[in-house]
Design a binder for this molecule. Structure first.
Ligand code: IMP
Length: 173
């Protein structure tokens, strides 16, 4: 298995600063609930939350998805739900990578049931090739067409999560 450097940590840092500026300006005067989707978003979440110039509340959710191999099936349940009430509050969901979009679309349905004022999505990576659900990513770090990515929170069977840069994995046949 080979790793090809795709996004350098300095590029990630400066993109996060830009996103945080935009979000802080869009939510000026508000205090959104910033919701990290565990585990993949942890480093992205921690870095972008600290670049924001508005007050935030933070919470986390964790979803279990029943899929096969490297693809999710869309059968999703929360193994950890929100602990902060979000009724009538603006919510920003923070995700590592959107692939088929099935996981995020189920999470959106579940959170919508709690009647927040609004829900927006902030995703580090928008991976477009296998998209099955039409999802609007309001704040997107990087768009990639395809490939399996690791590092900066992204894992392959729990490996590579703690790398500082993002790599594309090449599987040998
Ligand atoms: P989706 O439901 O197909 O959009 O899957 C989203 C989830 O699958 C992400 O939150 C990741 O946990 C995982 N995932 C999808 N693509 C990758 C990847 O390239 N690297 C690591 N995890 C991925």
């Amino acid at each position: 298995m080979k790793q090809e450097l795709l996004i350098h940590q300095e590029t990630i840092k400066s993109r996060i600063k830009e996103l945080a500026r935009r979000i802080s300006s869009d939510y000026s005067g508000k205090e959104p609930v910033f919701v990290g989707i565990l585990n993949g978003s942890v480093f992205f979440f921690a870095d972008i939350a600290r670049e924001m110039t508005i007050p935030l509340k933070i919470d986390f959710i964790r979803a279990a998805s029943y899929g096969s191999g490297n693809s999710s099936s869309g059968s999703v349940r929360l193994t950890k739900g929100l602990e902060i009430p979000v009724k009538d509050k603006p919510v920003i969901l923070v995700e590592d990578i959107v692939d088929t979009g099935l996981t995020l679309s189920k999470i959106l349905d579940i959170i919508t049931e709690q009647s927040p004022e609004s829900i927006k999505i902030c995703a580090l990576i928008d991976k477009q090739e296998r998209r099955k659900k039409d999802i609007t990513i309001d704040y997107c770090g990087f768009q990639v067409e395809e490939g399996f990515l690791v590092g900066y929170g992204l894992d392959y069977n729990e490996q590579f999560r703690c790398l500082n840069d993002i790599y594309k994995l090449h599987f040998e046949k």
